[in-house]
Write a protein that binds this ligand. Structure first.
Ligand code: SAM
Length: 284
């Protein structure tokens, strides 16, 4: 496994400006979440997203919306039916989910977390809007840090272990090689076991070699890697491998959802192509 201490992931943070703009563009976020850089990159990439949609039937923003709204739907169900009162959103970037869910469920304790620079930016944004409060906070975390003030143990020490907790990551896991992200998942499952109940929601782009647009998908993945000056590996070949992978990392129950197949239920148009993204809900 690549040595964690030598991996830096700061190069990933600019991508949060782009997704932040996408959420705003689709009316999921208020204007405060928009940055000039996010708007610029969205405009810059428009010919690419247009070409992928018209030329190959691959709607990149639809895939983003599918994952975002499927995670929202699972979170809402966990709050309404599962009694979840504490949420930790790791790699929150400029996502408006914390703001939206705190407005909808004011009883929720919502901890957003990201690398220190992005966390500071998000904290300032929420504070300037008057949205930051005792139950809605932003913390610095580095999923690669095993110990210290930015580590997972330090983040989870803030929460009430007698209450169930739900952890979200979105737009994070495919930036890392599988061995690195599985190591994070193992440490996360260990943390979750310290709570009255622990669940984890993430999206995941698997290596769907049978997909009719697999070749174009590889180009897209190469483009994301180039834009973020890193790589974007696809993890696991199918449903069975995803379940087995999460179980190996210490999760007991694993559900794999295909947000493309659920699109109408999420309020989205039925896609022309089989989905590329999966949402995983795993519990300890
Ligand atoms: C593509 S953005 C996704 C942001 C947000 N979740 C969304 O969907 O709009 C990726 C985020 O991962 C964060 N990130 C990258 N490496 C990280 C790490 N080692 N620990 C925690 N967050 C990290 C970045 O700072 C960035 O905010």
């Amino acid at each position: 496994m690549p040595e964690r201490s030598r991996i830096s992931s700061a190069h990933i943070s600019p991508s949060a400006h782009y997704t932040g703009y996408v959420w705003y563009h689709h009316r999921l976020a208020e204007p405060a979440f928009v940055t000039g850089f996010g708007r610029f990159v969205h405009k810059l990439l428009w010919p690419v997203t247009w070409g992928a949609r018209v030329g190959f039937g691959l709607d990149i923003e639809a895939f983003l919306l599918q994952r975002h709204l499927q995670i929202d739907a699972q979170l809402a169900a966990a709050v309404e039916q599962g009694g979840v009162q504490q949420v930790v959103e790791i790699a929150c970037g400029l996502s408006p989910r914390g703001r939206r869910f705190r407005t909808r469920y004011p009883q929720l304790r919502y901890l957003e977390a990201d690398l220190p620079a992005m966390a500071a930016r998000k904290r300032l944004l929420l504070r300037d809007q008057g949205w930051l409060c005792g139950d809605h906070q932003v913390r610095a975390v580095d999923i690669l840090a095993e110990r210290g003030r930015d580590s997972l143990p330090a983040l989870f020490a803030e929460l009430d272990p007698r209450q169930p907790v739900l952890v979200i990551t979105e737009g994070l896991v495919n930036y890392f090689p599988l061995a690195v992200i599985e190591d994070f998942w193992r440490r996360l499952a260990d943390e979750l076991r310290g709570f009255a109940g622990g669940s984890y929601l993430t999206e995941l782009y698997p290596d769907l070699r049978e997909h009719p647009r697999y070749r174009q998908l590889r180009w897209g993945v190469g483009l994301i890697g180039w834009l973020t000056r890193g790589s974007y590996p696809l993890h696991y070949r199918d449903h069975g491998e995803i379940v087995a992978g999460f179980q190996r990392c210490g999760f007991d129950r694993v559900e794999v959802l295909d947000p493309g197949a659920n699109a109408p239920g999420l309020g989205l148009p039925a896609p022309r192509m089989p989905g590329l993204v999966r949402v995983v809900q795993a519990q300890v």
